[in-house]
Design a protein around this ligand. Structure first.
Ligand SMILES: Cc1cc2nc3c(=O)[nH]c(=O)nc-3n(C[C@H](O)[C@H](O)[C@H](O)COP(=O)(O)OP(=O)(O)OC[C@H]3O[C@@H](n4cnc5c(N)ncnc54)[C@H](O)[C@@H]3O)c2cc1C
Length: 439
C-alpha cells in the first residue's frame, strides 16, 4: 500500500517535459499520475511509421553534452544514434550548391565567399568558441550580425547557421546571446540523430517513470486545475477528478493558461498572448534507394531551408536499402506558408542535392506549419534567462509548477523541456511531501 506521506503529484502533458517531470517526481518518492490528452505519449517528440520509414515530427537532432544528455544520464537512459557527417555539407544559394564552410578545408574550397570574406569568417570561427554570449543576451541577432561582419554574404551564412542550430527565423527578435550559445554547442559538441527516431527516447523515459511507480494515462484531457481544501483538484474532460498535492503543467503557454484561473492567471495569460512561437514547414521523404551518397546535407543561405539524410547517421529509419530525407523551411514570425509553394521549394532543394530522388520516392509527409518551440528567447526578455521559472506561480498558485520548452533559464528546444521537467518534477515532489507532513 502506498505511503500517504509521500504526497501525490499530477503531471499534465505527456511530452518530453511531462515524462521527465514524472520520472523525477517518482524518483523523489511522490505518488505520480501523468495525464496526456491524446492516445499516445510523446507530444512533439513522437515518431510515425509510414510504409516502414520512421518520421519524427520534422527533422529532430539531439544536442550533445547539453541538459538533455545530462538528464538522460541521470535517469540511466542510454540511446543509440550518431552525428551526421558535416564534411559533406552544402550551402544552397542562387539555386546552386556550394561547399558549406565549417572548418579550414571547406573554408578554403567554398565558392560561397571571396578571399577577404574567407579570412574574416576564418577569424570569427577561430575566436567563436570563446565568445562570451553574456553581453549579447539583450541584443538582437541582427545587431550581432551587423556589428560582427561587414559583408552581407557573411551575415547571410552566419544567419543560416543560427537558423540551423536554433530553428528560429527571427533575427530582429532572437537574443544574440542565445543564438551564440546554441551555435557554439552545434559547432562544438554537435548533435545526434537517434536510432529508431525520437520515439526511442519517449519510450525509454516512459519506462523509467513507470519503473519508479508513476502511472501514465493517455486519452485523458484535463479541463481545469483548481484549488481545493489546501491542495489542488484536477478536472478531466470526461467529468472525473483527481486530487493532488502538487501539479506540473508540462504544456504550452496557451494550454497552461486555459487550465488555471479560467484563463485569467496574469502570468500565464501574458505568455499565452505575447510569446512568439518558433514554427517550421517540414517535408519528409522516404526513398527506396539513395541517388547520391556524396550529398547528404544542404542548408539554404538565401532561403530559409534545410535538408538532411537522417537515415545515414541513425539506424532503423528506413527499410533495407532505402533512405529518409527530412527537409524544412524555417518560418518567419508572421509568415503564412502556402502548401504548393513550400512543397515546390523543398522539392527543388532535393532536386539539387539528390537528382533522381523523385523516381525513388516511396512515401512523403508534409507538415505545413508546426510549432517547434513555444517562445523565441527574445532580446527584449534577455534571452533564456528571461523565461518564466518552474515555480513562477509560487506566489499566486502554490503547488502548480511549470515545464516545457518555454520554461526556465537552461536549454533551448528539447533541452529546455528536459531541464525544466527535471526541476519541476523535483519541486513538485518536495511541495507534495511538505504539504502532507504539514497537514
Ligand atoms: C518540426 C520540429 C522539429 C524539431 N526539432 C528539434 C531538434 O532538432 N532538436 C530539439 O532539441 N528539439 C526539436 N524540436 C522541439 C522538441 O520536439 C520540443 O521542444 C519538445 O518535444 C517539446 O516537449 P514538451 O513536452 O515540452 O511539449 P509537447 O511535446 O508539446 O508536449 C505537451 C503534451 O501535452 C499534451 N496536452 C496538451 N493539452 C493537454 C491537456 N489539456 N490535458 C492533457 N494533456 C495535454 C499534448 O497532447 C502533448 O503531448 C522540434 C520540434 C518540431 C515540431
Amino acid at each position: 500500500m502506498s505511503d500517504p506521506r509521500r504526497g501525490r503529484v499530477v503531471v499534465i502533458g505527456g511530452g518530453v517535459a511531462g515524462l521527465t517531470a514524472a520520472a523525477f517526481a517518482a524518483r523523489a518518492g511522490a505518488e505520480v499520475h501523468l495525464l496526456e490528452s491524446v492516445s499516445e505519449l510523446g507530444g512533439r517528440a513522437r515518431t510515425r511509421n509510414e510504409a516502414g520509414f520512421l518520421f519524427n515530427m520534422g527533422p529532430h537532432a539531439l544536442y550533445r553534452k547539453g541538459p538533455a544528455e545530462a538528464v538522460l544520464l541521470e535517469l540511466g537512459v542510454q540511446l543509440g544514434g550518431a552525428s551526421p557527417d558535416t564534411s559533406r555539407a552544402f550551402g544552397w544559394r542562387d539555386g546552386r550548391l556550394h561547399v558549406l564552410p565549417g572548418g579550414p578545408l571547406s573554408l578554403m574550397t567554398t565558392s560561397l565567399l571571396g578571399a577577404r570574406e574567407k579570412a574574416a569568417l576564418g577569424a570569427m570561427l577561430a575566436r567563436f568558441p570563446k565568445l562570451d554570449p553574456g553581453p549579447w543576451q539583450s541584443r538582437s541577432l541582427r545587431d550581432f550580425l551587423q556589428e560582427s561582419f561587414r559583408s552581407r554574404r557573411l551575415q547571410a551564412i552566419f544567419e543560416a547557421l543560427v537558423r540551423l542550430s536554433t530553428y528560429a527565423n527571427a533575427p530582429e527578435e532572437l537574443s544574440a546571446g542565445t543564438a551564440i550559445a546554441q551555435v557554439q554547442a552545434a559547432l562544438g559538441s554537435g548533435v545526434r540523430y537517434l536510432d529508431g527516431g525520437w520515439q526511442q527516447m519517449v519510450e525509454a523515459l516512459a519506462e523509467r517513470a513507470r519503473r519508479d511507480g508513476a502511472t501514465l494515462r493517455s486519452g485523458a484531457r484535463v479541463r481545469a486545475v483548481e484549488p481545493a481544501a489546501g491542495g489542488l483538484r484536477v478536472e478531466l474532460r470526461d467529468g472525473s477528478r483527481v486530487e493532488a498535492d502538487a501539479v506540473v503543467l508540462a504544456l504550452g503557454p496557451a494550454e497552461a493558461s486555459s487550465l488555471v484561473d479560467a484563463g485569467a492567471n496574469p502570468l500565464l495569460a501574458e505568455h499565452a498572448e505575447r510569446s512568439l512561437p518558433v514554427r517550421a514547414a517540414c517535408l519528409d521523404v522516404g526513398l527506396a534507394r539513395l541517388p547520391d551518397s556524396r550529398r547528404p546535407f544542404a542548408l539554404g543561405i538565401d532561403q530559409a531551408t534545410y535538408a538532411s539524410l537522417h537515415s545515414e547517421a541513425a539506424s532503423g529509419l528506413a527499410p533495407e536499402g532505402g533512405a529518409l530525407f527530412q527537409a524544412a523551411r524555417y518560418l518567419a514570425p508572421d509568415e503564412k506558408p502556402d502548401r504548393g509553394e513550400v512543397e515546390r521549394q523543398l522539392e527543388a532543394l532535393l532536386d539539387a542535392l539528390q537528382p533522381g530522388w523523385r523516381a525513388a520516392e516511396r512515401t512523403r509527409s508534409l507538415l505545413l506549419d508546426v510549432r517547434v518551440a513555444h517562445a523565441v528567447p527574445t532580446a527584449g526578455m534577455g534571452g533564456l534567462v528571461g523565461r518564466p521559472r518552474v515555480d513562477a506561480l509560487e506566489a499566486t498558485r502554490p503547488g502548480i509548477l511549470l515545464a516545457g520548452d518555454w520554461i526556465g533559464p537552461e536549454g533551448w528546444l528539447v533541452d529546455g523541456s528536459f531541464a525544466s521537467g527535471r526541476d519541476a518534477g523535483r519541486a513538485a515532489a518536495l511541495h507534495a511531501r511538505r504539504r502532507r507532513s504539514d497537514g
